[in-house]
Write a new protein. Structure first.
Length: 255
């Protein structure tokens, strides 16, 4: 075996983001007259997104089927003129894709990591989406409480993709939804098992029984699997009881 450094991986190029001919029909159906805008985002993901470590280099050739179309299909579950909060947005999936596919939506991208929020802010500006898309750097609980001095945020729909198991995701996301609003969690093939495992935890958080939806059926193969939870009740966190102050000697101070 020859010694020496391994050959460098070729730099990502815009060619990696080319829309495959076999997906053109689905892309036109899901993005309509904003397909060129989606193509611009695909190019940014395949180049800057790879270089900056937001997606893996092996994902670049699969940007359209695995990422853009998979996320855009969720738009069929979102009503007209809705507000959307995307939790753990990462490179903008699915929130930025939904903002591209649906110009009627207002979207807040919630992401705690600086390098990711920098990419999101730059991408929103380069795509000309600043009127409908806002980037919030912080955790979901900070967005819900306004702990950072920005917000609090609430929306008709909260989205998330590959963020956490359903019980934790519901705990983070449901406080961001209006009462009657919904969590739409993009999941994989094990969605039904996850629903069965966490239905009780979701109920304790004020959520409805989770429902598995298939989006893009007949258009995408496979369709996008989404777990839908309605925020039926507003559950307030338990108040913390203050313990009485004690003197240095350990005795309770007289009042």
């Amino acid at each position: 075996m020859p010694s020496g450094p391994s050959p460098e991986r070729p730099a990502p190029t815009a060619q990696d983001a080319t829309l495959p001919a076999g997906l053109a029909t689905a892309a036109r159906e899901l993005f309509g007259d904003r397909l060129d805008l989606a193509a611009g985002y695909a190019e940014l993901l395949a180049t800057d997104g790879v270089v900056r470590g937001l997606i893996g280099p092996r994902e670049a050739p699969r940007i359209w089927d695995r990422h853009l179309l998979n996320c855009a299909a969720v738009a069929e579950l979102i009503p007209q003129d809705a507000s959307v909060i995307d939790v753990g947005s990462g490179a903008g999936l699915p929130g930025l894709v939904l903002a591209i596919a649906r110009p009627d939506l207002t979207v807040v991208l919630v992401e705690p990591l600086s390098r990711r929020t920098s990419f999101l802010i730059e991408t929103v500006e380069r795509l000309g989406l600043t009127r409908t898309v806002r980037v919030f750097r912080g955790r979901a609980d900070e967005a819900a409480s306004g702990a950072t001095g920005v917000g609090p945020f609430t929306a008709d729909v909260v989205t998330a993709r590959a963020v956490a198991p359903l019980d934790r995701l519901a705990a983070w996301s449901l406080p961001l939804a209006f009462r009657g609003g919904r969590l739409l969690a993009l999941k994989g093939a094990s969605a039904a098992e996850e629903v069965a495992e966490h239905t009780g935890a979701v109920a304790k958080l004020g959520g409805s029984e989770p429902t598995v939806r298939l989006c893009g059926a007949g258009l995408l193969d496979p369709p996008t699997t989404v777990v839908e939870v309605v925020r039926e009740r507003v559950i307030r966190p338990p108040s913390v009881k203050k313990t009485p102050k004690r003197s240095r000697g350990g005795q309770q101070r007289a009042r």
